[in-house]
Design a protein around this ligand. Structure first.
Ligand code: IPE
Ligand code: IPE
Ligand code: MG
Length: 256
């Protein structure tokens, strides 16, 4: 098939496919509680939902799918919950690389990886390297990610970059004065990735919880009542359908 539109029509999807979809995959805990099963089972089913949605997004022709898997604030949860989730992350990284390779998916992780156990950091690096030449969907997993921390680390990177090259405070302040949004964006974790066109949050919560704060300035927001483990291909189609019904103006005048 020659373009995204044909691919979307072939799968009965809507006509305009967002290039970048971001998802806050929320509701795993409530799903498990509702079923009376251990919390970790909710996260396992959440990983299965992620596989479904990733596969479907790839078929539709989505270029970037960024998913919030662990926030920089999730360390506030009980240690045994964190340990279980890290176990699941290890399992996912070890066993999914093959599937990512088979499906031509490139993996990228954003967030502060330095707080993870060394073996997890190695698994992330290995998976990113193995899939870096894939040309299909880019799956971006946000791990130990916080939008405010992203902006702060971009500021630090920018200043380090300038002081490396210029050394003096006056040249630093001159460069600060001409810093523009595009240049600043290139210091964020999401450098080289366009801003999300569509952001979805599952589980009926209407908040951003410190996800891509800078990057979602003009994203269309869709909130789903489905708990993340129940989220499926049709729910993604529905969200894209809502995206298609929106009029993106980016601050310009309303056009009939
Ligand atoms: C979201 O599921 C995933 C992570 C935070 C890792 P939750 O664990 O927040 O699920 P709820 O919100 O308690 O239902
Ligand atoms: C956001 O969900 C983080 C992820 C989905 C990974 P949370 O469950 O942590 O957010 P709050 O605490 O309800 O705002
Ligand atoms: Mg939650």
């Amino acid at each position: 098939m020659s373009n995204q539109k044909e691919m979307a029509q072939a799968s009965n999807g809507p006509a305009i496919i967002p290039a970048h979809i971001a998802i806050i995959m929320d509701g795993n805990g409530r799903w498990a509680k509702g079923k009376g099963v251990p919390l970790i089972l909710g996260h396992k089913e959440g990983a299965a939902a992620l596989k479904r949605v990733t596969h479907h997004a790839g078929i539709l022709g989505v270029k970037y799918l960024t998913v919030y898997a662990f926030s920089s604030e999730n360390w506030r949860r009980p240690q045994d919950w964190i340990d279980d989730l890290m176990g699941l992350l290890r399992f996912y990284l070890k066993h999914e690389v093959k599937e990512l390779l088979n499906n031509n998916i490139r993996l990228r992780v954003i967030g502060d990886k330095s707080q993870f156990a060394p073996d997890i950091q190695n698994l992330i690096e290995k998976s990113e390297n193995l899939t870096e030449n894939n040309t299909g969907l880019t799956l971006v997993i946000a791990l130990n990610y916080g939008g405010r921390k992203d902006i702060l680390q971009a500021c630090r990177n920018f200043v380090n970059h300038l002081t490396d090259g210029y050394k003096t405070f006056s040249s630093l302040s001159e460069n600060m004065a001409t810093l523009n949004e595009e240049e600043f964006s290139s210091f964020l974790y999401t450098k080289d990735i366009p801003d999300p066109d569509l952001m979805i949050r599952s589980s009926g919560e209407y908040r951003i919880s410190n996800f891509l704060l800078w990057q979602i300035a003009y994203s269309e927001l869709v909130f789903s009542h489905k708990l993340w483990p129940d989220f499926n291909e049709a729910d993604l189609d529905d969200a894209i359908g809502m995206y298609n019904s929106r009029d993106r103006r980016f601050g310009a005048v309303f056009a009939d």
